[in-house]
Each structure stands twice: as structure tokens, then as C-alpha cells.
Design a protein around this ligand. Structure first.
Ligand code: HEM
Length: 302
């Protein structure tokens, strides 16, 4: 009887005091079958959710979110079936899944350790009223940005500095684009399985590749992207990290990869290409900032 009472008090205290690492084991179990096959998509979802403040809500009817609907549905089923709402909000759950996806990607990458990723999970994000769906549009960044626009976007939305902004773009090391979703096509890093690995290849190939611009769309819906055979693909919003492209309104570059002047981001790209650990340290900072966007207070785990 006495022990039951002590146990009861201890359980109440742990609920009051917040989420423990033990609680996270049940969250891990709930997402275990979702993370590996969807790692890149979960990382993209974590970003899209946080652009307007991380709130566990996505407008799946916004074409900029195309390709995220299935993973939102899978997470929602796991959230409901496993009563995760007693532990954390959906916004926390999505942030946790994004972080688990990064760890799973690191686990299949040679030369990178989990400890290289300096990210710890914090809790306290608050859902929007209609979570997990919303009709609201947060203005997502476009694929035809120049360097200045890109840096302003990350500064205004997240308060990131220039180097953090360049570092967060390295998430494009994972996954790819699909004509069915964005209209663009390809994996940023070409080669079997290469787009599942979380390393600094994004920066390395951007500096050294036989890059040419190609319209993956058509005249009525142009999708100008940069391709380098057997190396990878880049959006203009990626390539702006190293090149000033003189884009027209369709996104077509007025100069070639060789004739375009270097953009101001090239020194950071060079730094991250030279040092995987410098990139991972800066990426970790930027990811933590991104995952804290919104009107709430985050706390560490017990
Ligand atoms: C200027 C900023 C950005 C632009 C314009 C952009 C644009 C895009 C586009 C067009 C796609 C292809 C979607 C598809 O066709 O399926 C994509 C995929 C992706 N994005 Fe971004 N993105 C940006 C920043 C970010 C950031 C900050 C992250 C994460 C921190 C991120 C993570 C991803 C990932 C992992 C994918 C691959 C998804 C998959 O394979 O399912 N992106 N992005």
C-alpha cells in the first residue's frame, strides 16, 4: 500500500516535471517503421512545419508541400494509435521524428558519428488548433532565389546568420525532387544510396562539377535546374550559394556555371566542403534554431 502510494506520487511528479528520456522510448517505438523509409521526407517536413513557427500543422493543399501528405498521415496514425498526445504535441512529435531521421541517416553514413550531430531534443512546442492540418499558408522559400534573398529569408524567419543559413541548406544532401511534387527531378547527390547519407557532399559537388542548366518543365511551366551527369542536381536556390546567376523571371540563368561570377556564399561552401565536422557543427546550430521557431518556451528533457 505504502509502495503503491510512493509510486503514485512519483508518477504524478514525473508528469508534472515533464518528458523523460524513458518516455521517448515509446515515441521511438511508435515511429520506428516510419523513420528509415521516409528519412529525407521527415527532414523536409520538419523544415516546412517550422517556417511559420513549428506548430504541427501543414497545408497539404499548398503545392509547395506536395509530397509531404503521406508522411503527415503516417505520423498522425502513429500519434493517435500510440496515445502520444499524453506525452507531447504534434509539433514536438514532428520535430522529434525529423531529428530521428537525421540520426538514422547518420547511422548509414561512413565517417560520420551520431556525436558529430550536436542536437538534443527539447519539448514545449504548441500545436495549431486544427493540427495536423491547416488552410493557412506560410510563405515557403522559392526555388529561384539569389544569395541575398536566401540569406534574408533565413535571417527574417529564423534569425539565422549567414553561415548558419548556408549550413542548413546542406539538408539537401538527403533525398531528391520529383516531377509529381515540385516539378523538378533528381537527387542532389547522385549514385546508389548516396542520397540517404548525411555528409558534406552537397558542398563538395557544388564546387566541382560539370554543371549545366536544363529546363525540366516546359515553356508554360518552366523548371530550370542545374544538372551534372552522375554527380547530382541543384535548384537555383542551391546554386546561389556559389554563383551569381543573373536569373530571368523563369529562373533561366544568363551565365553558365563557368562564366557566372562567384557569390558571397562560396567561402562558407568551401569551408564546409573542406571540413565535414565544421559543417555538422554549424548545421546542428542552425537545425536547433529552426526547431525553436514559434511562440512557446522549450525545455530540456528530464
Ligand atoms: C531556399 C530554401 C529551400 C528550397 C527552395 C527548397 C526546395 C525544395 C524542393 C523544390 C524540394 C523537392 C520536393 C519534391 O519534389 O519532392 C525539396 C526537397 C527537400 N528539402 Fe528543401 N528546400 C529548401 C530548404 C530546405 C531546408 C532548410 C531543409 C531542411 C532543413 C530542406 C530539406 C529538404 C529535403 C530533405 C528534401 C528531400 C525530400 C524527399 O526526398 O522526400 N529543404 N526542397
Amino acid at each position: 500500500m505504502r509502495y503503491t502510494f510512493v509510486f503514485f506520487i512519483a508518477s504524478c511528479l514525473s508528469a508534472v516535471q515533464g518528458l523523460s528520456s524513458r518516455d521517448l522510448r515509446s515515441v521511438d517505438r511508435a515511429i520506428s517503421s516510419i523513420v528509415r523509409p521516409n528519412a529525407a521526407t521527415l527532414v523536409r517536413l520538419a523544415f516546412h512545419d517550422c517556417v511559420g513557427g513549428c506548430n504541427g500543422c501543414l497545408n497539404v493543399n499548398n503545392p509547395d508541400n506536395a509530397g509531404l501528405e503521406d508522411v503527415v498521415e503516417a505520423l498522425e496514425t502513429a500519434y493517435v494509435d500510440n496515445s502520444i498526445s499524453s506525452l507531447m504535441s504534434r509539433a514536438d512529435f514532428w520535430a522529434y521524428a525529423g531529428q530521428a531521421a537525421l540520426k538514422a541517416s547518420v547511422a548509414v553514413t561512413d565517417g560520420v558519428e551520431e556525436s558529430d550531430l550536436n542536437i538534443s531534443f527539447q519539448t514545449g512546442r504548441v500545436d495549431c488548433d486544427s493540427a495536423p492540418y491547416t488552410d493557412d499558408d506560410v510563405e515557403l522559400p522559392g526555388p529561384n532565389m539569389d544569395y541575398e534573398e536566401l540569406i534574408s529569408f533565413y535571417a527574417e524567419r529564423f534569425g539565422m546568420d549567414e553561415e548558419q543559413a548556408v549550413a542548413i541548406m546542406g539538408a539537401h544532401t538527403l533525398g531528391g525532387a520529383d516531377t509529381e511534387n515540385s516539378g523538378y527531378k533528381g537527387a542532389w547527390i547522385a549514385g546508389a544510396g548516396a542520397n540517404r547519407e548525411f555528409n558534406n557532399q552537397y558542398y563538395t559537388i557544388m564546387l566541382d562539377g560539370d554543371w549545366a542548366q536544363r529546363n525540366q518543365g516546359d515553356d508554360s511551366d518552366p523548371k530550370w535546374q542545374w544538372d551534372a551527369r552522375n554527380v547530382g542536381f541543384m535548384l537555383n536556390s542551391d546554386m546561389c550559394l556559389v554563383k551569381e546567376m543573373e536569373l530571368n523571371e523563369d529562373g533561366r540563368s544568363g551565365c553558365t556555371y563557368d562564366s557566372c561570377a562567384s557569390s558571397a556564399g562560396i567561402s562558407y561552401v568551401q569551408k564546409f566542403s573542406d571540413s565535414q565536422s565544421d559543417w555538422l557543427a554549424k548545421f546542428s546550430e542552425a537545425w536547433t534554431i529552426m526547431q525553436s521557431a514559434g511562440d512557446y518556451t522549450l525545455t530540456d528533457l528530464e
